[in-house]
Each structure stands twice: as structure tokens, then as C-alpha cells.
Ligand binder design. Structure first.
Ligand SMILES: Cc1cc2nc3c(=O)[nH]c(=O)nc-3n(C[C@H](O)[C@H](O)[C@H](O)COP(=O)(O)O)c2cc1C
Length: 139
């Protein structure tokens, strides 16, 4: 199984989540492609069976710019994949992740797990939850 863990992060919060997600994906024995959205290799990501994508809430409940650009570039090509999304936020209620999940379903992909969000900097307990969430998403 090949899993892509691709994220964007402006102050390291979603990055910390992405590291925990990647660790859990690797622990499952899967081959993992890991990196940031601004440098992601589209073809390599689309060679994966499962995409775990992370972005903080930015703007007014939208994806961070580099993730928006990357996701838009693969959006029409993810119909055969399992996809799940995660990210850090501050004052919102998760609208950016719900909208992202809707785009994934509209693209014909399977939403592999409910969107997973952490308020600001993940605590150790949040990072454990990231790992549990990953195990569910890649089952
Ligand atoms: C320009 C800007 C826009 C933001 N917009 C939102 C928002 O719409 N909703 C929200 O809950 N948090 C918002 N935040 C807070 C970030 O999502 C939060 O600080 C998050 O932890 C950043 O994660 P990161 O370190 O992975 O970038 C915003 C922060 C900035 C700097």
C-alpha cells in the first residue's frame, strides 16, 4: 500500500500533526510519500492509494494557499482514491475541513475518515489522536 501525507503549515501546528500521521502510516508497513504541498510531486502523489492531506484554516475558513493550489491540481484525478484531511485551527468550527471533505466526495473519492482537527498547537494527547485517526483512515 502506498500512502501520501502532504501538508501545508504556516507556524508548525499542522506540520506536527502531519509528522504524527506519517509516523503512524509508516508503522503500518505502508510506503509513505511525505512532504509539503508547495514541493509535492503530483504524479508521485497520484501513484498512491490513500492520500492524507493537511492544511490549517486560513483566510476565512479556507485552505492555506499552497495546499489550495496543490489540491486543485489533483482534484479531478482522485476519483479512485481514499482521501482524508486534517489540520489545525484557532477560532473557527471546522468549516474549512467540512468544505474540503465535500470537495473530496464531489470528486468521487472515498472519504477515508471524518476530518480531524486540532485547536492551535497539538498536545501530546492530540498527537496520539492523530495516530489513531490515521489507523482508521488507512484501514
Ligand atoms: C491569516 C490567517 C487566517 C486564519 N484564518 C482562520 C480561520 O478562518 N479559522 C480558524 O479557525 N483559524 C484561522 N487561523 C488560525 C490558524 O488556523 C491557526 O493559527 C493554526 O494553528 C495555524 O496552523 P499552522 O501552524 O499549521 O499554519 C488563521 C490564521 C492566520 C494567520
Amino acid at each position: 500500500m502506498k500512502i501520501a501525507v502532504i501538508y501545508a503549515s504556516t507556524t508548525g501546528n499542522t506540520e506536527a500533526m502531519a509528522n504524527a500521521v506519517s509516523d503512524a502510516a509508516k508503522a503500518s508497513g505502508a510506503e509513505v510519500i511525505f512532504g509539503t504541498a508547495d514541493k509535492a510531486d503530483k504524479a508521485a502523489v497520484l501513484s498512491c492509494d490513500i492520500l492524507l492531506l493537511g492544511s490549517p484554516a486560513m483566510g476565512d475558513e479556507v485552505l492555506e494557499d499552497t495546499m489550495e493550489e496543490f489540491f486543485a491540481s489533483i482534484e479531478k484525478s482522485i476519483g479512485s482514491k481514499k482521501v482524508a484531511v486534517f489540520g489545525s485551527y484557532d477560532w473557527g468550527d471546522g468549516q474549512w475541513l467540512r468544505d474540503w471533505a465535500d470537495r473530496i466526495k464531489a470528486a468521487g473519492a472515498v472519504l477515508a475518515a471524518e476530518p480531524f482537527m486540532v485547536n492551535l498547537t497539538p498536545a501530546d494527547s492530540d498527537l496520539e489522536k492523530c495516530k489513531e485517526w490515521t489507523a482508521t483512515a488507512i484501514k
